[in-house]
Design a binder for this molecule. Structure first.
Ligand code: NAI
Length: 682
């Protein structure tokens, strides 16, 4: 019998006196715990308390999963910490009410179960999760600059113990059901068809929840002891500090502090959790990381208008990029053929594929299936069957043009021809084609398996349909498509190159590489510019810089040219600006502690911001948000700063413009403010 008129919940009390509470948020495909959903739940819990059933089962009416978390859109609506605290306390009250119900409570979890969704499940006595790789559970709040805020920080540790629980919360990782059970925060893993039976048998023959927690293993008890917690916390803090500084990312540190200070007193810990998250929510880091999350969603929506289902991808060029692109596409389920003029290269591609598949897929059957989808084809016999042909041969106009002339007549009708060129304007390449409208850029970044962005490059000739299909395909291989116009360097390399070259100019001036990198790291970059140049390969940096210097005021520093002439190409040769040992740059201890002159970071960041302003003015991408998204996902630009243009807005455009003018005065015209400053930051 359905007994309610809620918009977001279906309630049914059955003959066994079990109450089934199905969340099915109105007008959306995904359940989130927005204010209206929580208010209805609160109302229902009040009714349940007055007329207690034998058990309550939480489940989802959505296909894709249980609950994806809190409503992130509400995170940016709080005007003050007090405002945020009210919302958090409402959540707390509801989760506490679920936990306090004097009947057995069960959460039936399929698909995604993240953040607030998992916190709700943790407030139940039992969690039953579907035995399916698509079912994933996790508390990813740290990735948004906060920590669990509906009581999860306490309840996760209670369920999984401090090591597993803290690891899950500090990394923000999600886990399949079997792993979650091993960690202790899922009780039963069953196929979906057994969900109802499982819930009924738990409720009709329950173990007492109290007893369940008391039998948890003794190691967890010891680690949770008040004298041991500070020692464990020291270790956890040390590990967090390797990845994120307290100043830039306060949330993981706050979470550790909560556990150390209050775990013995759950009520107090929950109160302090609410205070702590309210403060974090209105802080700059969380606000900017929420912005980054939304930018990602915007990118994911690109190309969603077309219905495109390519089956066969043919990649030409099996080097660093072509090989990795082919490997990635086969991993993501496509049938891929790979062609190279040098068949030895193809054997290496298969070896690399095996290594990646073993790491990612683990199960031998899945590894074999992925390998079967990746077929070497040195003569290009499969070319006429391909839906998409991705060219990734040498960065040489003539070589690419000759290849296009040769393959165009063999392409099937409607096939997309894509190039991975990083610096050649597409117009130059498409000029040799009979149908220039079918060429599009699919500019992947190196390493393909790590870099989430793909620039979808178009010329005035590229057909909209091709463009949208390329974006749709990019999404199908789990990468983020960014639409860019074909101008030299597109967006990411054009903005990155002046920054890298400025760093090299500083090396030429005698500033130690390590100090320059340290300045960038302190700003929040994931890797310093000199180490990045060494990692990308100095030959590649030089090549792109030379090409860009034809259209931009970029000067190629002599130390870069010299190192390349000496075949010191960076990480791949073991020597570049740094000496590499076991793949890591050797850094001296002494310079690690040296104080950094402030203008190093100003020079690096302002030259980058100035180029970002220039790209926006020229319309390389469509909006300020897309410039920021490209730089964050294409280079790892300090996400907690929300992107270069957002950072400029936050610091004050006027103030940064003055600094830029001072730099121009001291160092010359490469710092000349772009005309766009007056328009964008007026
Ligand atoms: P690579 O030198 O590692 O590989 C090029 C491969 O193409 C070689 O294996 C070569 O045998 C093959 N090849 C050349 N001409 C061919 C032809 N006519 N038919 C069949 N195979 C042919 O080059 P890499 O680094 O993979 O670059 C490929 C493309 O990707 C270039 O356009 C480059 O600008 C672009 N790119 C490179 C990035 C990088 O970090 N290496 C990053 C993003 C784009």
């Amino acid at each position: 019998m359905t007994t309610n008129n809620y918009k977001n919940w279906n309630v049914r009390r059955d003959d066994n006196d079990i109450l089934w509470l199905e969340i099915d948020k109105e007008n959306t495909n995904t359940n989130v715990l927005s204010k209206d959903v929580l208010l209805e739940l609160e109302e229902e819990l009040n009714l349940i308390k007055k007329d207690l059933p034998r058990g309550v089962v939480f489940l989802s009416g959505k296909k894709n999963g249980f609950i994806a978390g809190a409503d992130i859109n509400e995170f940016t609506t709080f005007e003050s910490k007090e405002d945020a605290l009210i919302a958090i306390q409402r959540g707390h009250k509801i989760m506490n009410a679920i936990e306090a119900l004097k009947c057995t409570t069960v959460a039936l979890i399929h698909g995604h179960c993240f953040g607030g969704g998992l916190e709700l499940a943790l407030a139940c006595n039992y969690r039953v999760a579907e035995d399916d790789p698509k079912t994933k559970l996790g508390l990813p709040e740290v990735l948004l600059g906060i920590h669990p805020g509906f009581g999860g920080s306490f309840r996760m540790i209670r369920a999984a113990g401090p090591m597993s629980g803290m690891t899950a919360m500090l990394t923000g990782k999600s886990y399949i059901a079997k792993v979650a059970k091993k960690m202790g925060f899922v009780d039963y893993v069953v196929p979906r068809r057994h969900f109802i039976n499982a819930a009924e048998s738990i409720i009709l023959k329950p173990r007492t929840p109290q007893k369940k927690y008391q039998t948890k293993n003794t190691i967890n008890k010891i680690l949770n002891h008040k004298f041991i917690r500070p020692l464990v916390a020291k270790l956890l803090t040390k590990n967090v500090a390797k990845k994120a500084s307290r100043v830039h990312y306060p949330a993981p540190y706050a979470l550790i502090d909560l556990w150390v200070s209050y775990y013995d007193n759950p009520k107090k810990m929950l109160e302090e959790e609410a205070n702590s998250i309210a403060k974090l929510l209105v802080g700059k880091t969380a606000q900017n990381l929420v912005r980054v999350f939304k930018l990602k969603e915007q990118l994911k929506n690109t190309g969603s208008k077309v219905n495109y289902e390519p089956k066969h991808i043919h990649v030409i060029g099996g080097g660093i990029m072509g090989g990795d692109i082919a490997i990635w596409c086969a991993l993501k389920g496509f049938n891929v053929t790979i062609q190279d003029q040098n068949h030895e290269v193809l054997a290496k591609v298969i070896q690399r594929a095996y290594k990646l598949y073993k790491k990612r897929l683990k199960a031998p059957r899945l590894i074999q299936q992925a390998l079967d989808r990746l077929v070497p084809d040195d003569k290009g016999i499969s070319l006429p069957q391909a839906d998409i042909v991705i060219e990734a041969i040498f960065e040489d106009i003539e070589a690419k043009q000759n290849l296009y002339k040769d393959i165009e007549p063999k392409l099937k009708d409607g096939a997309i021809l894509a190039t991975n060129t990083s610096s050649i304007p597409l117009q130059k390449l498409s000029s040799v084609l009979k149908s220039p409208n079918r060429l599009v850029g699919l500019h992947f970044f190196n390493p393909v398996a790590m870099m989430p962005l793909v620039e979808i490059v178009k010329t005035p000739d590229t057909e909209d349909d091709i463009y949208n299909k390329a974006a749709s395909f990019t999404k199908q291989i789990d990468r983020l498509p960014l639409l860019v116009n074909s101008t030299p360097g597109f967006l990411v390399n054009r903005i990155l190159m002046p920054y890298l070259m400025e760093a090299v100019i500083m090396v030429d001036e005698g500033i130690p590489a390590q100090l320059i990198d340290k300045a960038a790291l302190e700003f929040g970059m994931p890797m310093g510019p000199i180490e990045l140049a060494d990692t990308v390969g100095l030959d590649i940096c030089l090549h792109v810089a030379e090409i860009l210097s034809e259209s931009m005021t970029i000067s190629v520093p002599s130390s870069l040219t010299n190192l390349v002439a000496q075949k010191k190409l960076g990480k791949k040769t073991g020597q570049g600006f740094y000496t590499f040992q076991k793949g890591k740059p050797v850094k001296s201890k002494q310079e690690k502690s040296t104080v950094i002159p402030s203008n190093i970071s100003e020079r690096l960041i302002l030259i980058l911001v100035n180029e970002a302003v220039s790209c926006l003015r020229e319309g390389v991408v469509e909006s300020e948000d897309m410039v920021d998204a490209g730089i964050i996902f294409g280079t790892g630009f300090a996400p907690f700063r929300g992107g270069p243009l957002h950072y400029t807005n936050t610091r004050g455009g006027d103030q940064l413009l003055k600094k830029l003018e001072q730099l121009q005065h001291t160092f010359g015209d490469r710092f000349k403010p772009d005309d766009g400053w007056s328009k964008i930051f007026a």
